[in-house]
Design a protein around this ligand. Sequence first.
Ligand code: ME8
Length: 526
Amino acid sequence: MDRFYITTPIYYVNAKPHLGHAYTTIVADSLRRFHRLLGKDTYFLTGTDEHGDKIVQAAEKAGCSPQEFVDGVSTQFRDLWPHLGVEYDQFIRTTDAEHKKCVQDVLQKVYDSGDIYFGEYGGHYCYGCERFYTEKELENGLCPQHQVKPEYISEKNYFFRMSKYQGWLRQYILDNPDFIRPERYRSEVLGILDSGALEDLCISRPKSRLTWGIELPFDKDYVCYVWFDALINYISALGWPDGEKFGRFWPGVQHLVAKDILKPHAVFWPTMLKAAGLEPYNNLNVHGYWLVRDTKMSKSLGNVVDPLSMIDKYGLSAFRYFLLREMHFGSDASFSEDALVARLNADLANDLGNLFSRVLSMTAKYFGGVVPAQGPLTEEDEAIRTLAEEAQRNYVRLFERVRFSNALESLWELVRALNRYVDHAAPWTLFKQGDTERLGTVMYVMLECMRKVAVHLWPVMPEASTVLLGQLGQTLDPATVQLADEADHWGGLAAGTTVAASSNLFPRVELEKTEESRPAKAEGKK
Ligand code: ME8
């Protein structure tokens, strides 16, 4: 059986989750559901990153101990995911005892092999990024991420010989074009590797400066650098070196991250794996930023959108659909409630909702809510069947290549074509003419295509897909669906099935009701 292991970044617990975290985690959930429907054995890991300076500072601000603080925020992340329809298999915390032990084992292994050494280092340290920057990497003397002046720190530390693996990594990326995708990020990483000698990675912090971390197994005066600790979560969760899950799922892993953490995932992590004698991951999938008025949505800028409030207002399915449809994976996308409402109204209410509502009410009116048998197919029926086949094939191909927006667009070509088909075939006229056989065929073609649409939507909108399938008298058992074969199989909907009398899953939302489009109240006016 094919295997599929998907991970999200483990999120920092210095602030509560926002729409950016929700996006990556919903994408991971959708991908894992998609691969389940391809018949794979799947595993989905998410969690929280709990060590380092940032956390200590946030705990101090909150007036509690780091442990109390991380327990609180980690719970907020863990509790959020079920509300977003996210079903993970494991929630890892870097403060878990098993994780700490695994990090120490990796450190010891790399140390024993000679790839960790002790030395003196001076560098520009950004507390926001928790990393040293070289002079070259700074923009006008500022951290490129946070636009603040880093502190110059000089101290004795342990270093990982990352430079030793530069040539190997470069060749590996050249030999495996899909290793980092989309292409623009692969080029960016090759650019880093081609721009000069890679520096060794400082992987320790003296306890005199930071104690909230994992102690180095070979020196009790130091703790592990938070990134070296955090990246190892992807294997500690599986019980490296000899855990059953490790044997089952490594290295068939797909990592999902935004471009802010490209370098740690594309450079630090594969070289760390190589040094520890492990195979590299399968793919690193890198997406862009959600922006609010052209600026990255981020907790430090305070312009974050709370996913729960969006769900309360517009529903879970519309929210998930919007995120996957609006962002072209790899590029930045703008978030606004107006854009969400526009998509909800156009794609969900007008196209999909309308299709279900009209076809189900016609089935109720003309056939007492029972799926009629299909008669001989006309050219028009064959054309829509062919279009449906193409839409399904494109959807599967594009979704697999993390091109969610294009995948949904191709499914919507079918949804829109079905609305045109029903207009053209005019069941109401066939009914008046008493042409029951032709009427039955038209209704069957519609209902079977709608079933196919609803099945394909399950990874993106599990809730809505389940309701829509229920309206067609179907239940979805992920273990028995073979999504890749759906395009080749016509007739999954049995004649004689009872369907719902009507459907109104996606009512239109009036644009005026969104915050942004509401005119600001003129001061002084009553
Ligand atoms: O970097 N748009 O954690 P983090 C899109 N702990 N995605 C966004 C986003 C935005 N505006 N803001 C955040 C860390 N994200 C480390 C990771 S992994 C071994 C350690 C998402 O809490 C996106 O997935 O800063 C991004 O990569 C991640 O949150 C950063 O989360």
